[in-house]
Design a binder for this molecule. Structure first.
Ligand SMILES: C[S@@+](CC[C@H](N)C(=O)[O-])C[C@H]1O[C@@H](n2cnc3c(N)ncnc32)[C@H](O)[C@@H]1O
Length: 211
């Protein structure tokens, strides 16, 4: 199911064409060629705008791939930020460091090749933003670990929370759909957060810690 009509997405993309930097285009071409699930241009811009809105400096990404989402966060933090990227695939680290280096956005980047939760336990302190984009079965656990480590006034952000519309129907035993439904329910009912789902592309939940 298309969440946004394709012609509307195309229209929105034309408005974002001012970001056509060579390295960004290369990353998008790689994703297209290898069918790698990046967050995409429109949601990438959402990440940058949210990070700039709260002057984010310290960000933790669960599931970073070759650095596409971090590209947008790094635009917001500048070189004196601290962005922890995590992925279990070492090949993604190599690509991310190459892309982000050539884009001159590698100043804040700390790439960890390991399971996201292991790194999250090791890197101490609170974050301005925790962003989640790991395998979907891990979403409820990601929220349970992250919710108390986002600073008040910071964001928990998670991609694919509308899951091509599948979350709106009975999961019928599909473990990833069930996990995303559980995550959405946990966030929506958490008294320490005010949240909304931005229905661009596959849905991005933006949860602001208020207490
Ligand atoms: C959807 S992609 C990430 C895309 C990236 N955030 C972007 O927008 O370009 C998911 C990535 O998370 C990694 N991954 C999945 N589960 C993980 C986990 N539990 N810990 C660390 N990395 C994980 C996969 O190897 C994959 O590269």
């Amino acid at each position: 199911m298309d969440i946004v009509a394709p012609e509307v997405e195309r229209y929105m993309a034309t408005l974002a064409s001012g970001d056509d930097e060579p390295v960004l285009l290369e990353m998008e071409a790689l994703a297209e060629r290898e069918e790698f699930p990046i967050i995409g241009r429109l949601c990438g811009r959402t990440l940058e705008v949210l990070a700039r809105a709260i002057a984010a400096r310290r960000i933790f990404e669960m599931g970073s791939g070759f650095g596409y989402s971090a590209y947008w966060f790094a635009r917001a933090t500048g070189a004196d930020g601290e962005i922890h990227l995590t992925d279990t695939d070492a090949g993604n680290e190599t690509k991310a460091l190459d892309f982000l280096g050539r884009a001159e956005l590698d100043g804040p980047i700390r790439y960890h090749v390991a399971p996201a939760f292991d790194v999250f336990d090791e890197v101490e302190g609170e974050f301005d933003i925790v962003y989640c984009d790991i395998d979907k079965g891990g979403y409820p656990e990601a929220w349970k670990r992250a919710r108390s480590r986002v600073r008040v006034g910071g964001f928990f952000i998670c991609d694919n929370v509308l899951w091509s519309g599948r979350v709106a129907k009975a999961a019928e035993g599909d473990a990833w759909t069930e996990a995303i439904q559980e995550l959405n329910g946990l966030i929506a009912s958490d008294p320490d957060y005010r949240s909304t789902i931005v229905p661009t592309r596959d849905g991005v939940v933006v949860a602001l810690r208020v207490s």
